[in-house]
Design a protein around this ligand. Sequence first.
Ligand SMILES: NC(=O)c1ccc[n+]([C@@H]2O[C@H](COP(=O)([O-])OP(=O)(O)OC[C@H]3O[C@@H](n4cnc5c(N)ncnc54)[C@H](O)[C@@H]3O)[C@@H](O)[C@H]2O)c1
Length: 250
Amino acid sequence: MGNVTWDFTEKVVVITGSAIGIGAGAVRAFSDAGARVYGLDVDSTRGTQVAAETGSTFLACDITDRSAVVTAFAEIGEATSRLDVLINNAGGFWEQLTTETTSETEWDKVIDLNLKGVFLCSQQAIPLLRESSSGRIITLGSLAGQTTMYRSSPPYAAAKAGVQALSRVLAYELAAEGITSNVIAPSAVLTDRILEVRGPEERARTQATIPLGRYGEVDDIVRWMLFLASEESAYMTGQIVTVNGGRFMA
Ligand SMILES: NC(=O)c1ccc[n+]([C@@H]2O[C@H](COP(=O)([O-])OP(=O)(O)OC[C@H]3O[C@@H](n4cnc5c(N)ncnc54)[C@H](O)[C@@H]3O)[C@@H](O)[C@H]2O)c1
């Protein structure tokens, strides 16, 4: 990808939400870099397709279901005995609502996917990450978890703020064992889901608020995953890497 060549030969990488969007881009990049990649997703059709194209392994897994997560990580552990990189990527929301119009069902669904799923996967990953010489946890946050400057989804914003805090907790708990935990916070990456959620007018309005003048591309995010997963990032933990074209500068 770009001018940098990454080598993840022998590294075991788990990527949640691997079937489409940023997750599928990550499966491609880590597979190209020689990693042994496991993709977890509820979308078996597209997940299997991405795995076949990349030579990676697909496991059908709903990350909000503890028993499914336990089973998936047990299978990975049996096959590899360790994990080098966990990428908590699965997440998102599908309805732009206000606090008043958010139903309890919607709240639970979005919080479960974006917050509980990260907890469940990280919890199962920790014993396997301990067997690595350079364990890494990378979690997808969002601008929606950092500030409020556009209509999003109340549970999504709350969950993304939550995973950013959880990532720091993981960083603190695991630092002594050499395992790092960092967040990548994008703002607007043109994946199919974003095309579905945000119409053309809103997209044009959004683009006008991005100082670098364009929406992010999947590779803009994936290259930071590669860096954070590598040995080069060893001295960095508990941080939020904001990759948003300058839309929000903190
Ligand atoms: N695209 C953006 O503009 C943007 C902006 C900020 C943050 N993010 C974050 O980046 C991450 C990836 O976003 P994306 O736009 O590529 O998403 P996407 O919708 O394109 O892909 C998400 C994937 O997660 C899978 N998934 C959904 N529910 C699941 C579950 N319960 N268990 C397992 N897999 C499940 C979906 O099937 C899909 O393959 C998300 O965490 C999102 O919140 C994206």
